[in-house]
Design a protein around this ligand. Structure first.
Ligand SMILES: NC(=O)c1ccc[n+]([C@@H]2O[C@H](COP(=O)([O-])OP(=O)(O)OC[C@H]3O[C@@H](n4cnc5c(N)ncnc54)[C@H](OP(=O)(O)O)[C@@H]3O)[C@@H](O)[C@H]2O)c1
Length: 266
């Protein structure tokens, strides 16, 4: 069993990843800016943007899963500024600090969580994320890159931001977002399968027009909105981050995820 350092353990994916790893029998340490309540993992305070705590966090570690990111869009929804810039302190500088310290401490596997279709996106966040991924690919450490399609929570957040509009004109481009629990399970398998390099991507089981995801969202929440299917070109949809992958490795459907969220909110 591995001794794993997880970055981003307090995030959406990280909150599913830590239990998936401990259930698989691994020892898990989280590098976090604030320690949390979960006693089944070790907590080390650190900050990827400054490099604080990284060396200490890596002591005795053989595998790193780097799932931290600084995405202002995921944190507070899309704003105009996000079309012009995105901070690189965590995804590029933080990845650089972490890789250098991991090389120094003799880590045997560095797993980087990434995003499907980064090359085609026009968003500055994607360029920052891609720069971080390139650092990993160029590193002398044994590495794996695992790319996932957008997570369900992000899709729900985006659609939630449209609630005030009575009419939703939405692209019909196909996409297959995925649940973070499925990505967490896939990552936990990658720790022990012995493979390295660029792994098959992971997307969700539903491959549908984006507008159909919105229809199911409205149905689940009982929202009456007019959804106008808007056919757009492939280049434009990829530029907007509407991506798909043939690797439909996720199991949980969007409908099932929505129904769980509605149940939880009751
Ligand atoms: N969201 C998606 O749709 C999607 C799709 C495919 C792949 N991914 C990738 O999956 C990974 C996880 O994404 P997510 O959506 O779960 O992210 P998230 O919820 O936004 O969480 C980000 C995590 O990074 C940590 N972090 C931010 N700044 C930090 C810093 N300076 N030092 C240390 N930790 C810091 C956050 O810690 P705090 O709690 O302290 O803020 C949090 O734990 C990322 O690599 C992302 O690129 C995301």
């Amino acid at each position: 069993m591995a001794k794993i350092l997880v970055t981003g353990g307090t995030g959406h994916l990280g909150r599913d990843l830590a239990p998936a790893l401990t259930e698989a029998g691994h020892t898990v340490r989280l590098l976090a800016r604030k320690t949390g309540q979960d006693n089944s993992v070790e907590w080390v305070m650190g900050d990827l943007a400054t490099g604080d705590g990284i060396e200490e966090a890596l002591r005795g570690i053989d595998t790193v899963i780097h799932a931290a990111t600084l995405s202002p869009i995921a944190k507070r929804g899309m704003r105009l500024v996000d079309f012009f810039s995105s901070p690189s302190s965590v995804d590029v500088d933080g990845t650089r600090y972490l890789l250098a310290a991991a090389e120094h401490s003799g880590v045997s596997h560095f797993i980087f969580v990434s995003i499907v279709g980064l090359e085609f996106s026009r968003l500055p966040y994607a360029r920052v994320k891609l720069a971080g991924e390139r650092l990993v690919r160029e590193s002398s450490l044994p590495w794996s890159v695992i790319r996932a399609t957008p997570f369900y929570y992000l899709l729900a957040q985006m659609l939630g931001g449209l609630k005030w509009l009575p009419v939703w004109p939405l692209p019909t481009s196909p996409s297959n977002p995925v649940d973070t629990r499925d990505v967490a399970f896939y990552l936990s398998r990658a720790v022990t399968d012995g493979k390295r390099g660029v792994r098959p991507e992971i997307g969700g089981p539903d491959m549908m027009p984006f507008s159909s995801f919105a229809r199911q969202y409205c149905d689940a929440l009982g929202l009456r909105r007019l959804i106008l299917p808007l056919p757009i070109g492939r280049k434009m949809s990829l530029g907007m981050g509407l991506v798909e992958t043939g690797e439909r490795l996720g199991k949980r459907t969007w409908k099932a995820w929505l129904s769980e969220q509605c149940e939880r909110a009751r």
